[in-house]
Each structure stands twice: as structure tokens, then as C-alpha cells.
Design a protein around this ligand. Structure first.
Ligand code: SF4
Ligand code: SF4
Length: 83
């Protein structure tokens, strides 16, 4: 099964991964202002979270690449705020 890791020191708490994931894998902690992998069993291995993360904080291992069918252009546009 896919493993997803968020590098805590790289995460800037933008929540783009939370908003982008089509299957609601991530949770966001108001206390720490960081995203976390919460429901890995829902992951469909689309890799959109790593694609959207402006900090390159998300890495995936042990996955089978599938078509990146979930690229939401509105979320991609938000990237401009972080560059
Ligand atoms: S997209 Fe990246 S920087 Fe933004 S909350 Fe998710 S892991 Fe953190
Ligand atoms: S790979 Fe796709 S389904 Fe899995 S956590 Fe990332 S955005 Fe969600």
C-alpha cells in the first residue's frame, strides 16, 4: 500500500493538500497549523497532493502510478500566492 509522508518542517499549513485530495485523506490541525495523513486507506494514489504542495513537503512511496485525473485548475492557480 502507498505510504505518504509529510515533512513537518517543510509544511507551511496552506491546506492545499487537504482541499485537493479527492478522497479526504488529510486532516489539518488548528493547534499545530500542519496537515497530517489521517485516512491513508482512502488514498487512490493519484499523487495530486505532492503535485500541489508548494513546499514539496509530501512524498509518496510504494505506489502504482495512475493517471493524474484530479488536477483542479482553481487549486493550481492558488499556487501563485506561495511562489
Ligand atoms: S500542501 Fe504542503 S505545505 Fe500545504 S498544508 Fe499540505 S503539506 Fe503543508
Ligand atoms: S495521492 Fe491523491 S488520493 Fe492519495 S492522499 Fe494524495 S491527493 Fe489524496
Amino acid at each position: 500500500m502507498i505510504q505518504i509522508n509529510i515533512h513537518e518542517k517543510s509544511c507551511r499549513g496552506c491546506q492545499l493538500c487537504v482541499e485537493t485530495c479527492p478522497t479526504d485523506v488529510f486532516a489539518f490541525s488548528e493547534e499545530t497549523q500542519l496537515a497530517a495523513v489521517d485516512r491513508i486507506e482512502r488514498c487512490i494514489e493519484c499523487l495530486s497532493c505532492a503535485f500541489i504542495c508548494p513546499s514539496n513537503a509530501i512524498t509518496q512511496t510504494n505506489y502504482h502510478a495512475v493517471k493524474n485525473f484530479y488536477w483542479d485548475i482553481e487549486h493550481v492557480k492558488k499556487l501563485g500566492s506561495f511562489l
